[in-house]
Design a protein around this ligand. Sequence first.
Ligand code: DAH
Length: 339
Amino acid sequence: MNDRINQLTAEVASFTTDNPAKLEEFRISLFGKKGSITLLFEEFKNIPPQEKRLFGQPLNVLKNNALEKIKALSDTLQKTHTVDAGIDYSLPGSPLISGTRHPVSMVKNQICEIFKRLGFVISTGPEIEDDWHVFSALNFPPEHPARDMQDTFFLNQNPDILLRTHTSSVQVRVMEHQKPPIRTISPGRVFRNEAISARSHCIFHQVEGLYIDKNVSFADLRQTLFFFAQEMFGRDTKIRLRPSYFPFTEPSAEMDVSCSLCGGKGCTLCKHTGWLEILGCGMVDPNVLDSVGINSQEYTGFAFGMGIERIALLKYGIRDIRLLFENDVRFLKQFEPTV
Ligand code: DAH
């Protein structure tokens, strides 16, 4: 008996586990109905009284050691394991990586907010368009280069179904369904069949603006855009309008803002001109009003359109447009959400 007590004492001393099921197995192997310690106690009952003193004490020590060991192991396991599902809930969780608002969305929201304050409402239209809304209604002559396969993505070789090349298509849709006065801005994604480089991408975003009412003048256009430029780039921003050409506006202009980096003194961002080109604009061509059933004798209006990526690049001093499309969180995390 002594030998078995000694052997079990050694086994108890060396036993260890981090598995709750193994610990329970160990407990049963000692104290279960047929457990080794239970059996030793059974045997002990039958030992002649004069020998009891010899085995009683070591047997009790063994029992107490074993109970203590089981309790200690069970306590540590309870701290680190739940016994039921075999899942360790105490392990550190996987970190939740929260995203951040994309700079393009931030700039888009900011542009929309500024025009909303002037009473413009947001309108949207489909990305897959027809020739009418992207070109014909906007006074593009049939031979205009923008209609070319080189610039436009046509769907299924169908010259009438295409990905919109600008959000000016939305102004046509709005004018078809709404009577003046109209004051709307249309943010959205546009597509052009262009090689991807640091300066241009085949997918980008624009915001289109349209204002139609009686007696809308070029002075209204200028003042509206001046307000926008100062809100967007700061109070000291100056603007200049340069004559240009778009089929859907007459007269047409391109607007520059004084360089936000050097304040107009000249730097690499503005290529030492002091000015940054940010949008195209003009008075809506009477042909466009007539094509959507608005009386051009009664109403006039202005329109403008700008690229959101371009403004984001200028605002944040980003040198490569491709960074805006790669969704690298290390890049995106640098832009604190403001809107
Ligand atoms: N749609 C033009 C473009 O994609 C931008 C534009 C220029 C829009 C002049 C206008 C405008 O409404 O009046 O380049």
